[in-house]
Design a protein. Sequence first.
Length: 287
Amino acid sequence: MDQRVLPLSEDDQAEIVAKRKWVLGHYAAGSTQEYESLEGKLGLLDTILRNRWIDPGETLKLQCLGVTFGDALVQRLGLRWVAIEDEFGHDPALVAERTTIKVFPLTMISKRIEAGETVDVRDLFRRACGTIECLRAEEGSRDPGLADRMASSSVLVAALLTIRSSYARNIEEPHEGVPDTAQFWFTRDQDWRVRTYAMDHDIHVHLIRESGQARSLSVPEAIEHLRKHYEEVIERVAVLEFPDPADDGAVARILAASHLTGQLEVGTSGVAFLNPDGGSYRTQSTP
């Protein structure tokens, strides 16, 4: 199906503004500034849905909620409002720059309510962000030259999660600074899977390819693994190439270019991982 991505027309912009204004009308008097925050948007949507102020048959009103849901995705992921035109019509949508990703937020809530589902808007938002982040990273990893460069460079695939947890104590909570991570480290000779737990600075390291073995997991497949197991709690996925992981200056520049804090910590076995806070990580529990 041929789809054209177009700038929003004046009519498109007017439609989005009108729908957004309808949602804003649910704030208490003098509180519309709360819409500027991500929580202000999601909290308002949650209030409207939990109180069932909209009937399942009121599609137009449900699509107004979709505009606010889209505004939240724009704020969180840096997406852009556009119009998508195809054989079925012309609709407002979101795109991620320099990717083929297209998102249609106006119907993300309405189609679920109309199908009789109960929508947890924060859960839906987390899953949508996780999916988009994985798709964005996966598209970036499909560089046809990446596999060749991996003969001499190391590659880190790192998912920063929305949670911090303790494996030993079996507890988790939203992180307020230092997140859990799920990572893959690919080198010329060996590959690893790494999981860090922020509460205890615990780390689990698994060797998934030994020297002399053929690589059984590609970078896109690693991203798909992260999506399958962590989609609901993924905050961001980064794919980074390191020609020389021992070059501290080059490593710092690569991390800074991707707006990542922390450091690349390289172990004596050759495994490396993104240490999100520079803390002292050591294995304290057994999976």
